[in-house]
Ligand binder design. Structure first.
Ligand SMILES: *Cc1c(COP(=O)(O)O)cnc(C)c1O
Length: 383
């Protein structure tokens, strides 16, 4: 069919358009007419299926090279629907640096349903293999972790999984299908917080799942329809609209991130930068092989003694807020904000120091972003 960037702009026509509208309509109908009692209708009730949502689901499935896609009311709801395909007594291996909300749903919800978990460093296939038990069913990880941007090889992990007949589940939020397509690298299920890059404008909470084959899709569809955490038609439309500009936004995120990394490298206030685009690390090596770009998130540590709170409160174009992946640049302190739920000991173990800053690089003019960072760094020297 068409190339990736064209697929972003044009999803599958829904064959329900008598008006010539170039966009799929927002179908605000909870129920649909049966021409007769015996009719086999495509749509009967909107939790089970809605044309606006289906457009988005088919499109993201195509972008991820999957069999079928599903849209949820949040990334967390998407993760819940995927993990709910397992049953009591099943064991899953998870990345030890996964999104905090995912860890919470595993630790405080799924454990109550007798699903067992072992957290490992998924960058090391040997560590994954050593954690496999007779009841292990899947490996779940994020290919780029938050906030330290550790990179796991989807290909190598999927090889281990296939050898032991396990599913490989990848949260691809940080990269988006523009930069990585995990199913092509051997994964079975891809998850997105579409709140981030897919929608890209900080104006919707949404989640997506794409399954590689029909049997997985049937299990996920059962959960989507039965549990009912579906994405509304209005929000489906917002994600659809965001996706149309994914390629142009990502290109700018990437070039701005690269320029900001170069700026940070030139400043003596910066002790360490975490960005897979920087050569010389295992993270870079894997990302260079398996992605089409190193993403728009840059984390870094200020030198000891410099006031990180003053620094993140001091930027003006770059706003102090959690979340990521949108057109505007956002900065935050993981130890106080996104990762505040971890105990001081857990933070220390995870490498989340009080000097660590996470920056979600937006699509503004790079000169403004760099001046903003420079001004705030300069202000740290004024007592
Ligand atoms: C934000 C995020 C989630 C959760 O998604 P919500 O849409 O906030 O529910 C899951 N995984 C990753 C990697 C995220 O960044």
């Amino acid at each position: 069919m068409t190339e990736f960037n064209t697929k972003l702009v044009h999803g599958q026509p829904q064959n329900d358009n008598n008006t010539g509208a170039v966009n799929v309509p927002i179908y605000n109908s909870s129920t649909y007419i049966y021409p007769s009692v015996e009719s086999k209708v495509k749509y009967d009730y909107a939790r089970s299926g809605n044309p606006t949502r289906n457009y988005l689901e088919e499109q993201v499935s195509e972008l991820e090279d999957g069999y079928r896609g599903f849209a949820f009311s949040s990334g967390s709801a998407a993760i819940h629907a995927v993990l709910a395909i397992f049953k009591p007594g099943d064991h899953l291996i998870i990345g030890k640096e996964i999104y905090g909300g995912t860890f919470r749903i595993i630790n405080e919800f799924f454990k109550r349903w007798q699903i067992q978990f072992t957290a490992v460093d998924t960058q090391d296939p040997a560590e994954i293999e050593a954690a496999i038990r007779s009841n292990t069913k899947a490996i779940y990880f994020e290919s780029f972790t938050n906030p330290l941007l550790h990179v796991t090889s989807v290909r190598k992990t999927a090889e281990v999984a296939q050898k032991h007949h396990l599913l490989t589940i990848v949260d691809n939020t940080f990269l988006s299908p523009y930069l990585q397509r995990p199913l092509d690298l051997g994964a079975d299920i891809v998850i997105h917080s579409a709140t981030k890059y897919l929608s890209g404008h900080s104006d919707v909470i949404a989640g997506m799942v794409v399954a590689k084959n029909q049997s997985l899709a049937d299990r996920i569809y059962f959960n989507q329809n039965a549990i009912g955490s579906t994405l509304s038609p209005e929000d489906s439309n917002l994600v659809r609209r965001g996706i149309q500009t994914l390629a142009v936004r990502m290109d700018r995120h990437l070039s701005n991130a690269q320029k900001i990394v170069e700026f940070l490298q030139s400043r003596s206030e910066i002790a360490k930068i975490y960005y897979p685009g920087i050569a010389g690390t295992k993270d870079h090596e894997i990302a260079a092989q398996e992605t089409d770009g190193f993403g728009g998130i840059v984390s870094f540590e200020l030198q000891k003694g410099l006031d990180t709170t003053k620094f993140v409160e001091g930027t003006k174009v770059i706003q102090l807020a959690v979340s990521l992946g949108a057109v505007e640049s956002l900065i935050e302190l993981p130890y106080k904000m996104t990762h505040a739920e971890l105990s001081p000991q857990e933070q220390q173990k995870a490498g989340i120091t009080h000097q660590l800053v996470r920056l979600s690089v937006g699509i503004e003019d790079d000169k403004d972003l760099i001046k903003d960072l420079a001004d705030s760094l300069d202000s740290l020297h004024i007592k």
